[in-house]
Design a protein around this ligand. Structure first.
Ligand code: ASP
Length: 329
């Protein structure tokens, strides 16, 4: 049965971290707002036309991947070896079907690869060369590693690598540069402060879906996989409760199974979406040094976008209403 169209909602994020208002000019801010608005509008249109939440989140995340402003797909961060290793996951809240890929180096749109795993294999998570071979057979586009290169991201990696042993949340890198008196690189670099991307949606049939995609953390160890492709950690959707996509220090989201924890609080403890998300982001995650945020929607179209960092690129759009975008608190 079709529910009232006004429950249909999409929310997106482009990463959380030390995004300082003082380090951004209005042109840079506008570029983020424009990108977020364009992507929200595309997702909103799918929902308005009666499309599925799954199609809406896949479309939104593939657009975020194509946009070099964000750390996923084109513009992904560098590993310690100067390569790119991409992770992504997608989940259908109606069926609990899920698909994910990790450590791929040639997939232009990792979220489409995750969807191909979900729809064409009996597995949930494929990694590395095997994942690439499988998704290529199912029509997913592969590219040369150079495709992911951006000058800004490369400069960010060189800075991080030179600070031995330091792993930077992608979006913290600019503040790092700003506090580093020796750096020649301007702290105000719009290509330098992005994180994981994600989308969550509820469609007019009341079905939920979530999608998350990332280049991970700047200067990460080769082979490191974070929370983003792990169902329940950085991505989760269940029609009974909630759809969640997370961004932040992946290891803390893994230890707390953060996305699923929100669902469990709602299902077993009767918490509202707002209470559950607030407690996970503001109380649970910080206990494990977890920095970041998440976006979540429930089957009634309630939406929350909490974060415990200075900022998070984010926005949401309800069918029939103007999209809302924001960067800072
Ligand atoms: N959660 C991502 C990871 O740990 C990073 C991020 O969101 O910035 O790979």
């Amino acid at each position: 049965m079709t529910k009232p169209a006004n429950i249909a909602t999409i929310a997106i994020h482009g990463g959380a971290g030390t995004i300082l208002r003082s380090a951004m000019n209005t042109t840079q801010e506008q570029a983020y707002h424009d990108a977020l608005n364009e992507i929200l509008s595309a997702g909103q249109k799918i929902l308005a036309d009666g499309g599925s939440a799954l199609d809406a989140v896949a479309c939104a995340v593939s657009m975020l991947e194509d946009c070099p402003l964000f750390n996923a797909g084109k513009g992904a961060v560098y590993t310690h070896a100067g390569t790119h290793e991409l992770d992504a996951a997608i989940m259908d809240g109606a069926t609990l079907d899920a698909g994910a890929i990790a450590m791929v180096e040639h997939v232009r749109n990792p979220i489409l690869a995750a969807r191909a795993v979900m729809e064409n294999s009996e597995h949930i998570l494929l990694a590395g060369a095997g994942a690439e071979a499988f998704v290529a057979q199912h029509g997913v586009e592969l590219v040369e590693p150079e495709y992911f290169h951006t000058e800004a991201r490369h400069a960010q990696w060189l800075r991080a690598r030179d600070k031995e042993g330091m792993l930077l949340l992608d979006h913290d890198a600019t503040s790092q540069a700003a506090s580093d008196e020796t750096t020649e690189i301007a702290p105000i670099d719009p290509d330098d402060k992005f994180g994981t991307v994600g989308a969550v949606a509820v469609d007019m049939h009341g079905n939920l879906a979530a999608a998350t995609s990332t280049g991970g953390i700047t200067n990460k160890r080769v082979g490191r996989v974070g929370d983003s492709p792990l169902i329940g950690a950085g991505c989760y959707a269940n029609n009974r409760t909630v759809a969640v996509s997370a961004t932040g220090t992946g290891e803390a989201f893994m230890r707390t199974v953060a996305a699923y924890d929100i669902s469990a609080r709602m299902e077993y403890a009767g918490q509202s979406l707002e209470e559950a998300a607030e407690q996970v982001v503001m109380d649970l995650l910080p206990r494990y040094k977890g920095r970041g945020g998440l976006i979540a929607v429930d089957a009634q179209g309630n939406v929350v976008l909490p974060f415990n960092t200075e900022g998070m690129y984010r926005g949401f759009a309800k069918v029939g209403e103007t999209p809302v975008t924001a960067i800072y608190k």
